[in-house]
Every structure is written in C-alpha cells, then in structure tokens.
Design a protein around this ligand. Structure first.
Ligand SMILES: [Zn+2]
Length: 445
C-alpha cells in the first residue's frame, strides 16, 4: 500500500518538476560561466549588491559573491555585465500567447477563431514567446488559448524540446466558463459558434472539463468567474457571475487532487465572492475588491494577480456606456491594488499581454505597480520571488542564489530609480543558455 502510494507521488512530482520540463540538452555540468554584475538585484534581498560574480554550472547557479573574493573556475566563459544591473529572469503570471492584441481594425477577437487556421495562430504564438524571452521574461503562466484548444501544450513542448526559443511555460489549455459566459457571442442563435473557453453547466460537467484539460497537459486550470461587465444606474461597475460555488468547488476539488492550482478570472461582485468561497488559488484582474474580500484573501492565502496596464488601452469614447465602463474599471483597479497591497495580500506580476500586442513592452506594468504603491523593489519581487511562490517554485526560479535555475536578465540603467528601465533588457539567459547576448552597442549608463 505504502509503496504504491509513493510511486504515485513520485510520478506526479516528476510531471510537475522543472527537470521533467527541461528536455532540451542542458549545457554540460562541467561547463562554467562567470557573470560579472555591476549591480545585482537577486529577487529576495531588499537591497542591491555591487560588483558581484555569479558562477553558473550547466543550467544551475552554482555560487554568488563579491567580485573581490570569488574565484572564477579555470576555463569558464566570462560575461562582463559590470556596467549593467543583473536580475533574475522575470515571470509574467498572466499572458495569452495565442492572442495578438485583438485590434478592432483587424477584426478584433472574433476573427482569431473564425478566420485563422490553428497553424497560423501557432506560428504567431511562436513569435509571442520569442518576444517575451527577448524582453527578459524567462517564465510565463499562460492563461488560456482563446479557442486554440491545446495549442499551448504544443508550443510548450516545442520550447522544451529546444526547437523554438521561448520562456518555460505553465499552461492552462482551454479554460472553463458557463453557457452565456464566454465569446463568441452576438451571432444568430441558429449558428453553433466556436467558443473561446470550454463551457460547462453543473458540477459534473465542471469536473469533467477539469479532468479533460488536466489529462491533456494543463499545468493550472483557469476558470472564468465573471464575464460581461457594465455600469449600472448608480454608476457602479457590475459584472455577470458565471460558475456557481458548487460548480467551482467541483473544479477546485479535482484540480487540487492532482496537486495543481486554479486561477480565477474575476472582476468583482457575486462572481468574485463565489471565487473566494469556492477556493480559487489566484484571483486574476480583481478590478474591484472590497475590504471584506481583501480580508478573506489574506485569511485564505489567495493570490492576487492584478493586470493594471492593459485597461488603459483602447478606451471607448467617454460618452458611451462602454466608455464609462472602461474608465470605471481603471479607477477601481488602481484603488483595489493599493488596498490589497496595504493589507498584505500575496501579489504577483501579471500583464494580460496578448490582450495588447506582443510588439509592446511587457514591462510597462511595473510603472503602474509603482504608481499604485509598490516600491520598485516590491515591483521587481512581484515578478521574481513572489511569482515563483505563486507557481510553487520558490528557490528554483525568480531568484539568483545557489541551486536555482540559471535564469537571468540584465538591464541598462537603475530600475530601483526608475522601474521603466526594466523595459530595456540587454542580456537574457534561461537555464544556463544565453538567448540574448550582451552587445557593447546596448546603451549603458
Ligand atoms: Zn487574461
């Protein structure tokens, strides 16, 4: 009995571990790289360190210390970043590699599902992941494919197999909502339209959907707990709830049994309350959190992944209902962020990139985090150690320390003086392999 149980445990643990994910040949363990860091922000210390040397052995960080006292192993490749700031590879906890900004002039969201073959969308997702890596994001939690089925599992396998460059991905596949709870919408009722999420009704279907998605490779499960939103006669933001608490509990119970976690899209109101009562592990967006909900999140240890910057884009005209809604979202989101931060809610960096084009800077979110109360160091930690903790990988990623994966990025300038500097990656390494070599041509201050 005991042996059997242990075997199951090891099988599951292996499927979740980083080692199982990294199928690409790692650099040889006897290969050493030494990085000279002018300034080091290691992800966990609250103060930066000057003139450090990071020794990398294969795909792992071997040691870190003062340049004056560190010995560089003979034959090591030396990378001189002595004029740059070196940080852990960044983690974006909320992305959509299968979306491309939903530009209205290009057909918006619907055209993605109606006109584009899956291979076309996969080709563009290949560019999305490369863009993320080039910007210093070495890990993404990608929160659903928007009608592209299990395409995220395929992209992840292609990255892990070493066929295309990209961050390590944690994927959710199709996501779950209810009838009336997701796009495509607004078409003749006689038409059987494709949907951007797997729609369920009732706890049995909810659990089945979670099982199917886990079976086909989901690392996390994503649930939509709210859908449409509008401003009511009193000027308050209202959002339509989707799953019942019973439906959500079936999903959470199933997913937790697999040792995985549930991310819940929830704006506010009934749907957000159900998300918390039903045991969601992370609240996505959380535009409008009441004091009671914030207290419940602290008590339950629920993660908050706000996505501020994306809501400042493409606002409808101010004199239209949707334009009023857009402005209300921004006002509530910033205030909720500040409230949650002060109360000590666990917060991780997320952007919803894909909701805006991958040609834009992912790092723009850092400036919004600081605008609403984080210090630049807190903002950096939200995308490093905090995000690693959300993923259950603290100590393994999001930190520059012995034994962690050698995921590093470097920027010109001082991100503690201006977090916008994080948008200027000059060097990127993932698991010991350099994906963006430092070039002397990059502007350094
Ligand atoms: Zn999203």
């Amino acid at each position: 009995m005991r042996t059997a149980r242990r075997a199951v445990f090891f099988a599951l643990a292996a499927s979740l571990s980083l080692a199982a994910q990294e199928k690409a040949p790692a650099p040889q363990l006897k290969t050493y790289t030494a990085i000279r860091a002018g300034t080091l922000i290691d992800g966990k210390s609250d103060t930066p360190k000057r003139d450090q040397i990071i020794i990398i052995r294969g795909n792992l960080i071997d040691s870190v210390g003062d340049a004056a006292s560190m010995k560089i192993p003979p034959g090591a490749t030396v990378i001189d970043l002595s004029k740059a700031t070196v940080l852990p590879g960044l983690i974006d906890s909320h992305t959509h590699i299968f979306l491309q900004g939903e530009v209205p002039a290009d057909g918006g969201y619907d055209i993605q599902l109606l006109k584009y073959p899956l291979a076309y969308r996969a080709a563009r997702a290949t560019v999305s992941v490369r863009r993320a890596l080039e910007q210093g994001f070495t890990t993404l939690r990608d929160l659903e494919t928007e009608g592209a089925g299990y395409g995220d599992v395929g992209i992840k396998e292609a990255i892990d197999g070493g066929y295309i460059p990209g961050p390590r991905l944690f994927v959710v596949t199709r996501a779950i909502s209810t009838t009336g709870g997701y796009n495509l919408e607004g078409y003749a009722p006689e038409l059987d339209m494709p949907k951007g999420a797997q729609l369920i009704d009732g706890p049995v279907e909810a659990r089945k959907a979670a099982r199917e998605q886990l079976d086909h490779g989901a690392d996390w499960i994503k649930v939509y707990m709210t859908h449409r939103s509008w401003v009511d006669r009193e000027g308050k933001l209202v959002s339509q709830p989707t799953l019942t608490v019973e439906e959500l509990r079936a999903v959470v119970d199933e997913v937790h049994g697999w040792g995985r976690k549930v991310a819940c899209h929830a704006y506010n109101g009934i749907g957000l309350k159900r998300a918390l009562d039903g045991g969601c592990d992370s609240i996505e967006h959380g535009l409008d959190l009441t004091d009671e909900e914030v207290a419940q999140m602290v008590k339950q240890g629920t993660w908050y992944v706000p996505t501020l910057a994306v809501y400042y884009k493409d606002l409808d005209p101010p004199d239209t209902p949707s334009g009023q809604r857009d402005r209300q979202r921004i006002a509530l989101h910033g205030a909720s962020f500040t409230r949650a931060l002060r109360a000590g809610v666990k917060m991780a960096f997320g952007t919803d990139v894909g909701g805006f084009p991958w040609s834009e800077s992912i790092a723009q979110e850092f400036s919004r985090e600081v605008e609403f109360g984080m210090t630049p160091m807190q903002a950096i930690q939200s995308a490093t150690t905090r995000a690693a903790e959300l993923l259950g990988l603290n100590g393994e990623i999001g930190v520059i320390a012995p034994g962690a994966r050698a995921d590093l990025m470097a920027v010109a300038g001082d991100p503690l003086a201006d977090v916008a500097a994080l948008g200027n990656a000059v060097f990127v390494m993932k698991a010991g392999k350099v994906y963006r070599p430092f070039s002397g041509k990059d502007a350094l201050h």
